[in-house]
Design a protein around this ligand. Structure first.
Ligand SMILES: Cc1ncc(COP(=O)(O)O)c(C=O)c1O
Length: 367
């Protein structure tokens, strides 16, 4: 039985990658701000409609770099409903994560609860555009301005997302992307930081290269988080296919909507009219009392049938042992975390695959 995976990495056709590889082999330049690294930064600025971008070797190191370049200290307000990399980046930087509950409809940090969590030690807000659904950035920015602290968006899921035709990646002081193979757009491993000034871009470029200003000068700390030429070439070749892949994801999303919309006890993602989404995940919420089976029962039933869904994000970050000292009650995040299941969504799903998924979810209804 063939396995239906929750996602599938987007590969450029091999023959479109070959000329890049041939050129890299000829030039013998593999990393350290090479030609294709620069080409990809320029191409992404244009594609994403952002002013400056600094590529990184992954999203986690991009987050840590952002935190350190802004010299954050003390406490940072964030969400427990994310992949653990978000708050790990804070712990790595000796910062106390202060967790705030999420909104029940977007699963993003609830701005109305942020102010109560601010103390004299708060140095920033680190929200996540969960599943690529934009945060309530206007309200978040109002609070940040009032307390004169920066907002860094973990935009790992938000590649190419637009709200009112504007890139969501321009919100906040910095936005972090992940280009991991499981993401809508990938450089195999990879990430990036989006910023608004040339000075900040240069700082971020130095940070990923040990802090070097030039061959003989280092004035700031840094580490190694450079993206190499082969991955940059993979990213450039993939950019030509990303629109098509997102369109395919949209078709999957539409299919799910058509077939699952009237199943009682299942809440589907709601996509506001002003949002151009990337369909990076397809989270559904199971109300066991109405649907008749628990989230975990459905998860296992799918698994028995070789359909790999994911309980993103379960457990909550605050439920990991290592976060026990930072745990606070976040009842909405807890409830969503215990009832969410992300269905397979990617550019290679066939009608057969989708029909199989739908029939298992439907057969499961009230049984
Ligand atoms: C919300 C979020 N933040 C950060 C990351 C870390 O990105 P990476 O895997 O590229 O280090 C991920 C994904 O892996 C993520 O989902």
């Amino acid at each position: 039985m063939n396995t239906i995976t929750v996602t599938s990495p987007l590969f450029p056709p091999l023959e479109t990658l070959e000329p890049y590889l041939k050129d890299i082999w000829d030039k013998k330049w593999l990393t350290n701000n090479g030609h294709y690294h620069q080409c990809l930064e320029n191409a992404l600025c244009e594609y994403l409609n952002v002013p400056y971008i600094s590529l990184y070797s992954n999203g986690t190191l991009a987050l840590i770099a952002a935190i350190n370049v802004l010299e954050l200290k003390g406490e940072v307000i964030t969400t427990p409903y994310s992949f653990v990399a978000t708050s790990h980046a804070l712990l790595h930087s000796n910062i106390t994560p202060v967790f705030v509950d999420i909104e029940p409809n977007t699963y993003n940090i609830d701005p109305s609860k942020i102010e109560a969590a601010i103390t004299k030690k708060t140095s920033a807000i680190l929200p996540v555009h969960v599943y690529g659904r934009p945060c309530n950035h206007k309200e978040i920015q109002k609070i940040a301005d009032k307390y004169n602290i920066p907002v860094i968006y973990d935009a790992a899921h938000a590649f190419a997302v637009k709200e009112n035709n504007q890139s969501i990646l321009n919100e906040g002081k910095l936005s972090i992307l992940s280009f991991h193979a499981t993401k809508t757009y990938s450089t195999i491993e990879g990430g990036a930081i989006i910023c608004h000034t040339k000075e900040m871009k240069e700082k971020l470029d130095r940070y990923k290269n040990f802090g070097y200003t030039n061959e003989t000068e280092i004035n700031e700390l840094g580490f190694n988080a450079k993206l190499n030429e082969v991955q940059a070439a993979f990213g450039l070749a993939t950019l030509n296919y990303i629109d098509e892949a997102i369109d395919k994801r949209k078709e999957v999303s539409d299919f799910y909507y058509t077939h699952l919309n009237n199943i009682s006890g299942i809440t589907l993602p709601n996509i506001p009219e002003n949002l151009i989404w990337n369909y990076s995940y397809y989270p559904i919420i199971i109300d066991q009392n109405v649907y008749g089976k628990s989230r975990d029962e459905l998860y296992l039933k799918l698994k028995e049938n070789n359909i790999i869904s994911r309980r993103y994000f379960y457990p909550l970050i605050t439920d990991f042992n290592i976060y026990s000292q930072y745990k606070v009650e976040t009842p909405i995040a807890k409830k969503i975390s215990e009832s969410v299941i992300c269905l397979p969504i990617h550019h290679l799903l066939s009608d057969n695959d989708l029909n199989k998924i739908i029939s298992i979810i439907k057969n499961n209804e009230n049984k």
